[in-house]
Design a protein. Structure first.
Length: 222
């Protein structure tokens, strides 16, 4: 992806941030990580720096790209501005201060009064980890299951009433147990390659969907 330069636009997800944290020595490897090729690469430092400088969200016309989801209080313009706050922190000379305290499930909801690392953590969690919210609008970050397993008081983020980002088509992934879901205003493209299902591409011009089967890999979604 790096070699494609400006021909490809990528956004950061939870596994990308985990890789950066492991490479920087602020997070331990997990037993099922498959990061060795990157961490042992001769241009490892260049790759990690490139990854750390990727955007958290990309907006183009009436479409927005984000790894996981957006909180219902956020318009696209607000979400893009909030993403830029995280991007600035990740690109700053003091970026390790964010990495060292990035992880955690609290705060679990948005407030314009949030400041500092709490504010950045909510933005990161929403854009890289979100699947469902409870009936009070708090992120339920522990949930990783299928839509049928959602508690009656929980709602997928894209179905939240009054969601302010509905004026754009959101292109996302992350929720592999959800599978492919393409509808008005949403293209959720993680079709479970990690589980040996398929890898899906979505052509923006005509909303055509293309998929290839993936080999069984043991499955993992964090």
């Amino acid at each position: 992806m790096k070699s494609l330069g400006d021909r490809a636009v990528t956004v950061l997800g939870n596994h990308d941030l985990h890789l950066v944290c492991v490479a920087e020595g602020v997070e331990k490897r997990r037993s099922r990580d498959t990061l060795d090729d990157v961490l042992a690469a001769p241009d490892r430092d260049e790759l990690i720096t490139w990854l750390r400088h990727r955007p958290l969200m990309h907006v183009e016309g009436d479409m927005a790209l984000v790894h996981a989801g957006l909180l219902p209080e956020w318009s696209i313009a607000k979400a893009r501005a909030l993403a830029s706050e995280v991007e600035a922190a990740l690109r700053a000379p003091s970026y390790r201060a964010l990495l060292e305290r990035m992880y955690g499930d609290k705060p679990d909801r948005w407030s314009d009064k949030l400041e500092g690392l709490d504010r950045l953590r909510v933005i990161i969690n929403a854009m890289t980890r979100l699947r469902v919210l409870d009936d009070e609008g708090a992120m339920v970050l522990k949930f990783k299951g299928e839509p049928g397993d959602v508690h009656e008081a929980w709602t997928p983020w894209f179905d939240m009433p009054g969601r302010k980002s509905r004026d754009h088509t959101i292109i996302c992934g992350h929720w592999s147990a959800l599978g492919l879901r393409v509808e008005a205003g949403l293209a959720s493209l993680d079709s479970g390659c990690v589980w040996g299902r398929s890898l899906t591409a979505f052509r923006l011009q005509d909303r055509a969907v293309f998929a290839v089967r993936c080999p069984e890999s043991g499955g993992r979604e964090d």
